[in-house]
Design a protein around this ligand. Structure first.
Ligand SMILES: C[S@@+](CC[C@H](N)C(=O)[O-])C[C@H]1O[C@@H](n2cnc3c(N)ncnc32)[C@H](O)[C@@H]1O
Length: 486
């Protein structure tokens, strides 16, 4: 395979493989956008040659400079010999970008999205999908084996290969775009507040891309962009239409509502527009007074004998990859293996994504979550599914765990699905609350490894580990772990 040139422009943090980025954006193509200006492509002077030993958490290739410092390199692959330029220099390491590849990986592919070089969203598009899955497993294994609280004895169960996603692209059911100074919406560049104007996103659902393109092509929308800092596009699986949430920099005015009405009436794919901002709550702008719910139809499970709808509110949490979420919920339920006599505590329960199917086989389930709208949806979802054995509380998890342990409460099975920060300082209480087993669903392998170390120190044993690829083309890794009490 021939070595290829990768050009890097420091000021705009733009990388292009093979040819300058703009030459791959033919006018009128799906991706073209009038705001995309040609770039002056410059090569960095401060260059080093090195080999990439592995990919580490965050998607960086790891190498070592001749002076012994470590180098974290973007868009490199294991086994590659590369020439890099420096982006950021620290005492013990540097962050850099590939300038040219002397020995390419056999798993290197042309990134399918023309914005990939600049956009901060994806970071594994230059690897084949099989290689992405291998990289994710290797990162997880590396973090677990290097975790100081975990010994070989704690890690006897194999790490299963990641469960591939049903779709490698077009899977995101929501995207958030940034708007600076009234210009067109885009994604943030890597490590920058600069915005890459986009017309499509490779990993977003087609309905979101159609809506974005329609907004860009519809002149009245630009009037709203002027006072918007963020634009969220959210897909509603029940209606198959899109909701737009404009984050306004000031309170909405009648003229804004008039534009919103025009957009809903003119753009087929957009069914609702909401405004939100720092000085006011989420407000239905068009149609005026419309409901704020999204819905997903689900198959019968356990004691729920009819198909039922799971709902969540605009602004509430929902898993981003709906198709892969079906596999995620199945896997978590299989690991939990709840019988009809057992009780479950679902921490960080959101709107009941795991709670509802688990409660359908349990004696009872308690769900705890900090977001009020999610708890409202969890209660509605439970009653719509005909369940009478659930209770849901809006509480910070640390407070709830303190209260529950204070009352000597305990449950057969715990299910926890924390945000990226994980569960620092909670292992002792979780051990008290858990009688038999715990399913930990993690979206960050670094905090997962740390937490598993703490949980093992507090009487848990790791018995199954399964990564689930919820986020193809990105370095993000979702993992489901089963822990059992000694
Ligand atoms: C990764 S999401 C999981 C939600 C749900 N399990 C699902 O699958 O849809 C994490 C959830 O934890 C909630 N959360 C984050 N920090 C929290 C805290 N300190 N206390 C309570 N809930 C919290 C968020 O609102 C969010 O709904």
């Amino acid at each position: 395979m021939k070595a290829r040139l990768i050009c890097y422009d420091r000021e705009v943090n733009l990388v292009s493989v093979g040819s300058p980025l703009t030459s791959r954006l033919p006018a009128g193509s799906l991706y073209s956008t009038p705001q995309y200006t040609p770039l002056a492509v410059k090569l960095q002077m401060n260059k080093h040659s090195l080999s990439i030993s592995k990919i580490i958490n965050g998607g960086f290739g790891l190498g070592q400079l001749t002076d012994g410092r470590l180098a974290m390199i973007r868009q490199a692959l294991p086994g590659e010999e590369v020439v890099i330029s420096t982006e950021e220099e620290k005492k013990n390491y540097l962050v850099g970008n590939v300038v040219s590849i002397t020995t390419p990986s056999p798993f290197r592919v042309d990134p399918p999205c023309p914005y990939y070089a600049a956009c901060g969203g994806c970071d594994l598009q230059h690897a084949s999908y099989e290689e992405q899955l291998k990289i994710k497993r290797d990162i997880l294994m590396d973090l677990l084996t290097r975790q100081k609280n975990l010994t070989d004895k704690d890690l006897t169960c194999p790490i299963a290969p990641p469960l591939p996603a049903p779709q490698q692209s077009g899977y995101r059911q929501r995207i958030r775009l940034w708007i600076k100074d009234g210009a067109v919406p885009g994604f943030r560049q890597r490590r920058s507040h600069n915005i890459v104007a986009v017309r499509r996103c490779l990993i977003a659902r087609e309905e979101l891309n159609q809506s974005l393109a329609a907004l860009l092509d519809h002149p009245p929308a630009t009037k709203l962009f002027t006072n918007t800092s963020e634009l969220e596009l959210l897909y509603n699986p029940v209606s198959t239409k899109v909701t737009a949430l404009f984050h306004l920099s000031r309170k909405p005015r009648p003229a804004d509502t008039a534009v919103a009405k025009n957009l809903v009436e003119t753009i087929d794919t957009i069914e609702r527009i909401f405004f939100t901002g720092q000085q006011f709550p989420i407000t239905a702008a068009a149609p005026v007074g419309c409901d704020n719910l999204f819905g997903l139809s689900c198959e019968p499970v356990g004691t729920i004998s009819q198909p039922f709808t799971m709902q969540w509110e605009v602004g509430g949490f929902c898993q981003v990859n709906l198709e892969q979420n079906i596999q995620l919920v199945k896997l978590a339920s299989e690991y939990a293996a709840i019988s009809a006599e057992e009780t479950v505590l679902d921490l960080f329960c959101g709107s009941g994504n795991f709670s509802i199917p688990l409660a359908a086989t349990a004696r009872s389930l308690m769900g705890i979550e900090g977001q009020g709208s999610a708890i409202r949806s969890a209660k509605t979802n439970s009653s719509n599914a005909g369940l009478t054995n659930t209770t849901f509380y809006k509480k910070p998890i640390h407070t709830a765990c303190e209260e529950l342990t204070g009352k000597s409460a305990s449950f057969d099975c715990l299910v926890i699905d924390p945000p990226r920060q994980g569960i620092p300082g909670l292992a002792r209480q979780l051990s008290k609350l858990c009688r038999s087993r715990m399913v930990y669903i993690s979206c960050d392998p670094a905090t997962l490894s740390r937490d598993l170390g703490d949980l093992v120190a507090h009487g848990f044993r790791i018995t199954r580990i399964q990564p689930v690829d919820m986020f193809p083309e990105t370095h993000h890794i979702e993992t489901v772990v089963l822990l059992e009490k000694h």
